[in-house]
Every structure is written in structure tokens, then in C-alpha cells.
Design a binder for this molecule. Structure first.
Ligand code: MYR
Length: 179
């Protein structure tokens, strides 16, 4: 096998392993918590904790500077953030009139490949962890947002869509002992 083939195969295997690992995490949460709502919350919380850490890595590895408006931020999230960590580029679309809310449409979702939702879990938002990642990462650049999936092909919707709403600009935190 060529070296290039091996690299591609390894990437595919680690992608599959990633999908399976995430599936195992969701399955475990479904056992541990009584309601889908609670599982959604847990996934979001985990994502938030990942996001607050991942942003540092993102800013260090990308050449992205400060964004001037939410449109720029949305593009950076889709074209740089998702590309860097998941190898996908969701479409940025459906801006509201105020320009403070947009959608990310996922044509592919590495977390959910070959996944079927188990019966009886119609309130589960399988990929909620990603909404949490966005919230956590943006909070670290002083932006409070709401983020949630509003459509998911796993639930029978025609597309997978995350809605992101800018809430407010956060003040820079004052380091402990310096206020
Ligand atoms: C700024 O204005 O300071 C730059 C804002 C950049 C925000 C980038 C957020 C990256 C989120 C990564 C999402 C990855 C999901 C797997």
C-alpha cells in the first residue's frame, strides 16, 4: 500500500473511532439520565467545557485575528473552526433581520455518521455537544451566545441545522487579585 493510502486509511479509521466513541458517550448518558432533556444538557455542558479550552488552541493554530462583526465571526466558526477540528465547513445561512442570529447547516456531521437514534428518544439532540463547544469558545472571546440544534436529519428532518444567537458582549474578566 502506498504511504498516501496509509495516511488516508488512518484518517478514516480515526474518524470512525471518533464517531463510535461519541456514540458510546451518548449511549452511556442515556443510561445514566432519566430524560432526553437532561442528556442534551449534559452534552451541552461537556461541549462548553471543551469549547473554553479549544479556543486557545484554535487561536494559536489559525491566523485569525479579532472579528469586526458577527458575520465575520460566523464565517470564522464555519470555515476555520469546524474545518480545523472536524474537517467540515457548515454553511452559514438564514440571518435574521437584526443580524444577530444565524444558522449553521451541516451537510455532513462526523459525530452522526451511520448513527440511528434509539427508539423512544425523540427529544434527544444527538450532536448537542457542538452547540456547547460554540458557546464555550465564544465566551472566551467575550461573546455570550445561545446555540442549539433546531433540526437534525437523525430525527427525520431534511437538514441538520444549528441556530446561533448573539446575546451580549461580555466584559473582560478581571484576574483575581487585580480588581
Ligand atoms: C475574535 O473575534 O476574537 C475571533 C473569534 C473567533 C471565534 C472562533 C470560534 C471557533 C469555534 C470552533 C468550533 C469548533 C467546533 C468543533
Amino acid at each position: 500500500m502506498s504511504k498516501q493510502g496509509t495516511v488516508r486509511d488512518n484518517k478514516k479509521v480515526s474518524g470512525e473511532l471518533f464517531t463510535l466513541t461519541y456514540g458510546a458517550l451518548v449511549s452511556q448518558l442515556l443510561k445514566d439520565y432519566e430524560s432526553d432533556d437532561e442528556v442534551n444538557k449534559q452534552l451541552e455542558k461537556m461541549g462548553y467545557n471543551i469549547g473554553v479550552r479549544l479556543i486557545e488552541d484554535f487561536l494559536a493554530r489559525s491566523n485569525v485575528g479579532r472579528c469586526h462583526d458577527l458575520k465575520e465571526t460566523a464565517d470564522v466558526i464555519a470555515k476555520n473552526g469546524f474545518k480545523m477540528f472536524l474537517g467540515i465547513t457548515p454553511q452559514v445561512t438564514s440571518w435574521n433581520a437584526m443580524g444577530d442570529e444565524f444558522s449553521l447547516i451541516f451537510d455532513s456531521n462526523p459525530l452522526a455518521e451511520f448513527v440511528e437514534l434509539p427508539d423512544g428518544h425523540s427529544n434527544l439532540w444527538y450532536s448537542s455537544i457542538l452547540a456547547g463547544v460554540i458557546k464555550g469558545a465564544l465566551e472566551m472571546v467575550q461573546m455570550e451566545v445561545e446555540a442549539a440544534f433546531v433540526q437534525d436529519v437523525l430525527r427525520g428532518d431534511s437538514i441538520t441545522e444549528m441556530r446561533v444567537k448573539f446575546l451580549k458582549k461580555l466584559e473582560d474578566a478581571v484576574p483575581v487579585g487585580e480588581d
